[in-house]
Structure formats: C-alpha cells, structure tokens
Design a protein around this ligand. Structure first.
Ligand SMILES: Cc1cc2nc3c(=O)[nH]c(=O)nc-3n(C[C@H](O)[C@H](O)[C@H](O)COP(=O)(O)OP(=O)(O)OC[C@H]3O[C@@H](n4cnc5c(N)ncnc54)[C@H](O)[C@@H]3O)c2cc1C
Length: 474
C-alpha cells in the first residue's frame, strides 16, 4: 500500500539533518563516507561492529587471512569522520510514517528518529526453502560462518588422521570428501582453495593419511560453472578446475543433506548419495527480511529472492526520504556485487546532499559495470569487463590489484600482501587456528533459542533446568 509523499526534509540552523544508515557493509559504509558534510549528522546502526569484506571470506575459511584483515572495526574506519557515529543494534522495526527505527542489541532496545533513512541490510544465505540443510552445510556470509567452516575443514583432516591412526580406515573416505554446493564465483574460489590446501599446504604434514588424496567436489544444479561470465570463460574455468583435480558435477540438484553426506538428483531423475563429512553451501541468497516491512508500508514490489524494487532514484514510493541500496535491492542491471552496493550507496547519499543544498533531485541511478572476476587457484583467475575477457596470470594479477585496492587501511593492505606471499608463493597458511567453539557455537546458540540470543538474561542454571525438564517429566 502506498502512502502519501512525505514533505522533503529540511535543514534548520539548530539541528543538522539526521541520516540513519542501517548496516555496515559496502552500501552503508560508502554512503556514510559520502555524507561527510557539515549539514548532516549520520548514525550508522548495524548488527556487527565490523565492516565485512565478504569477497575474501573464503580466505578466512581456508586459513590464508585472519578475520581482522577482512573485517575492520567500523568505528575505526570512520574515526576521522566526526559527523558519523556507529551504534551496535539489530534493526527489528522500521516505521516509515513515524520516521523511527527500532534496534536491539543483547536485549537493549533503542528507537531512533531520522530525517533521511538509508537501508543497506544486504542479503542472507538461502537454502532454497530447506533451512535444515544449514545445520550440516553452513553458508558463507559472515565471519562466524567462515570461522566455523575453517574449523570443519581443518577438523576433517584431523579426524581422518585420527581414524587412520586407530585403524578405522573405512571412515577416511567420508572424512576426506569435501563438497562445495554452488558453482558461482564463491563456490569456484572455495573449491580452488580446498584443492590447494590439500595438495600443497597439508601435503607433508600428516603421518597416517595423504591429504592430497582428498576429494573435492563442486556441485551445481545449473549446466555451467560461472554461468554469468559467458560460455567461453565458463568452459575454460571448468577445464581448469578439473585439471587441478576438482570433480565438477553439473545439472546436479541437492535434495537432502545430513551429517554424513548429501543426496543429489540429476537431470535424468536419478538420485545419488555422496558420503562427505564437510559440506559448504555457496548456492543462493535471500534478501534481508527488512524488505518485507518496507514493501508492506510503501507498496514497493518484492521479487522471488525477496529483493525490493525502489523508484529509479533508489527512494521508496511515497517516501523521498527513504532509500534502499545494495544487495537487498532488485532492479534490472544491478548485480548483487560489491560495486552495486557501493554505487547505490553513494547515489543515495548524493541525493540527500543535493536535496539539502536545494539542488534538483530524483536523478535515476545508473550502474557502471566495472567487471566481474573470480580466482580459480594461485596464478589463475578469470575476469570479464564488457567485451574484455582475461584468464590465467593476467586475470589473477588484476584480481590481486582490485582486492588490495578495496581492502581498507594501509596496514591491512600490507598484512594481506604478506599473507598472500606466504600462501601463493610459498605453501603455508598463517591462520589455521581452530577452536572448539568455532565448530560448535552456532548450533549450540540455535539450540538455546532466540530468547537466549536476545539476552533474556536467563542464567546457565535456568537454561539447564528448562532443557532438562522434559526428561524429568518423562
Ligand atoms: C562469500 C561471498 C563472496 C563474494 N564475492 C564477491 C566478489 O568477488 N566480488 C563482488 O563484487 N562481490 C562479491 N560478493 C558480494 C558482495 O559482497 C555483496 O554484493 C556486498 O557485500 C553487498 O553489500 P551490501 O552493503 O548490500 O550488503 P552487506 O555487505 O551484506 O552488508 C549488510 C549489512 O547490514 C547489516 N545488517 C543486516 N541486517 C541488519 C539488521 N536487521 N539490523 C542492522 N544491521 C543489519 C549486516 O550486519 C551488514 O553490516 C560476495 C559475497 C559473498 C557472501
């Protein structure tokens, strides 16, 4: 349902224009930085204290980079921007009529009022309606996900070594099979790293198993890897992956996942079970659920992935003071990539500043395609920009340069280059620490439930009493 247009926000002598930005990802950060102007005061509310460089999550998961390198503290990044403040909070409600946003963090609830609002809450992993797959095939969207995967991946090799040492050789094939679901850029990069880890990094470290015998399987229901890169690059990438030793299985839809493996159905309708201890889900995304409330209040349509369609200038119908940007937006020619979020975020900020300066507003957003790229392994990548296609070492060098450019902070850039030298020129990986909590904490928290996560302040003893109750009754 559309509401009547709100009056344009005004600037008063006494109070700068209050912009509330939801999120701390690419869209939110670049919008906030663009709003570094005296006439505005920016409040960024996000559910994590860091800005996450998602494209390198797979390198945290496979032990090349530490989490701090790809997730600097947002308040550190914005420390010099004195008109911006950063607050921790998960946004639960947005009331467009009242111009308020309510967020909570570990049970502490805050309601903020705003003059302009930029919602940049991104997207979540999607298991295509099979959320129970997540228990055994975690996705890769957050630092928690990457650290959990790191624990599962390195842990699988440890378990295989232990099984071999104990003479349980029948367990080894399952423990040393790694399945990556989704053959887009993330899946390809993950599979490439898994094979490099097993063939290079770990090759000489174990005494009872040979890590280079690990099976790495890359699965997708589609008929191509990197389908969005076009047929030539897709074919070449598949060939490169197979040469590295990765089993590429296309036209294979995952229909079930459990602790010990998964079941795929082929185009011909046959089912096959693959025994695999470690599964990585890199297959789909669903827009942040905040799009639902925004759609309900403005009539802006949602697409099948839950993405909201704004006006061409990125505002919502009837609300020229409300912008949506980044991965939560569904528009033609706007890919769900970092550049899409950066450019829409900057556009929204620019529109706010123009309005405050009395300049014409309402300019439609135009996406400038800066190309797509994916690494396959060290010294091997693919890149496409318009008609230009690069492969091999030149594409890999371009990938290196672009990623170093966008990693925030000089110190972090230097650290990243050193870690890459260790892993790509040498064989090592500097970030292989794994803790028990990395592997178990997500499921433990899910078991304890929403109340616990929201800080219902139950003591561990109360939680134990509650969870033990059914057994006592029985
Ligand atoms: C594994 C992986 C690899 C990728 N590789 C590439 C690549 O190689 N190249 C490329 O261009 N793109 C890549 N992408 C896509 C790119 O990272 C995204 O397009 C980009 O991050 C989108 O930016 P965003 O600001 O819209 O959302 P995000 O970066 O996801 O940020 C969303 C923000 O909103 C916050 N948030 C969410 N819900 C709430 C709430 N209710 N309250 C408060 N805060 C909230 C989150 O904590 C986060 O800070 C990759 C993505 C992934 C997951």
């Amino acid at each position: 349902m559309s509401t009547a247009p709100s009056p344009p926000p005004a600037v008063t002598e006494q109070q700068p224009h209050r912009v509330l930005v939801v999120g701390s990802g690419f869209g939110a950060l670049f919008a906030t930085q663009k709003l570094d102007a005296p006439e505005v005061q920016v409040t960024m509310v996000a559910r994590t204290t860091h800005h996450l460089f998602q494209p390198l999550l797979y390198q945290v998961a496979t032990g090349i980079l530490s989490e701090g390198v790809i997730a600097p503290a947002t308040r550190d990044v914005l420390a010099r921007q004195t008109n911006a403040r950063v607050l921790l909070g998960e946004v639960r409600e947005i009331d467009l009529a009242a111009r308020t946003v309510t967020a909570d963090s570990v049970g502490q609830v805050n309601t903020f009022t705003y003059d302009s609002l930029i919602v940049a809450a991104g997207a979540n992993q999607s298991w295509f309606g099979n959320d129970h797959f997540a228990e055994f095939a975690p996705g890769m969207k957050t630092i928690d996900d990457a650290l959990e995967l790191r624990g599962r991946i390195y842990g699988a090799f440890e378990m295989a070594e232990m099984a071999a040492a104990g003479g349980h050789t029948d367990r080894i094939p399952r423990l040393m099979t790694f399945v990556v679901v989704g053959a887009g850029p993330t899946g390809v990069e993950m599979a490439g790293q898994l094979i490099e880890m097993s063939r290079r990094t770990l090759a000489k470290e174990f005494r009872h198993i040979d890590p280079s015998e690990a099976r790495i399987i890359l699965l997708d229901a589609a008929d191509e890897v990197l389908g969005s890169f076009g047929e030539d690059l897709a074919t070449r990438t598949r060939r490169d992956l197979e040469r590295l030793g990765i089993e590429v299985r296309l036209g294979a839809m995952v229909v079930d996942v459990d602790a010990d493996g998964l079941v795929v159905r082929t185009r011909g309708g046959e089912s096959e079970r693959i025994e695999a201890a470690t599964k990585v889900w890199a297959a789909g995304v669903q827009a942040n659920p905040l799009t639902k409330t925004l759609s309900a209040q403005t009539g802006a349509p949602l697409d099948r992935a839950g993405r909201i369609r704004p006006n061409p200038d990125m505002t919502l119908p009837g609300h020229p003071e409300v912008f949506v940007v980044g991965d939560m937006v569904g528009m033609e020619d706007l890919p769900g990539v970092a550049q899409g979020a950066i450019q829409t975020g900057r556009h929204a900020a620019d529109q706010i500043l123009r309005r405050l300066r009395g300049q014409e507003t309402g300019q439609p957003f135009e996406y400038h395609d800066k190309g797509s790229m994916a690494t396959i392994s060290r010294f091997r990548a693919v890149m496409k920009r318009g008609r230009i296609e690069l492969t091999g070492v030149p594409a890999w060098l371009a990938w290196l340069a672009v990623h170093i450019f966008y990693i925030i902070g000089f110190k972090t850039q230097v650290t990243t280059l050193m870690h890459w030298a260790v892993s790509f020129v040498g064989r090592d990986r500097a970030e292989r620490t794994v803790t028990e909590q990395q592997v178990l904490a997500r499921l433990a928290l899910e078991y304890l439930g929403e109340d616990f996560l929201r800080g219902s302040l139950r003591t561990p003893a109360e939680i134990r009493a509650q969870t033990e109750q059914p057994e006592k009754d029985a």
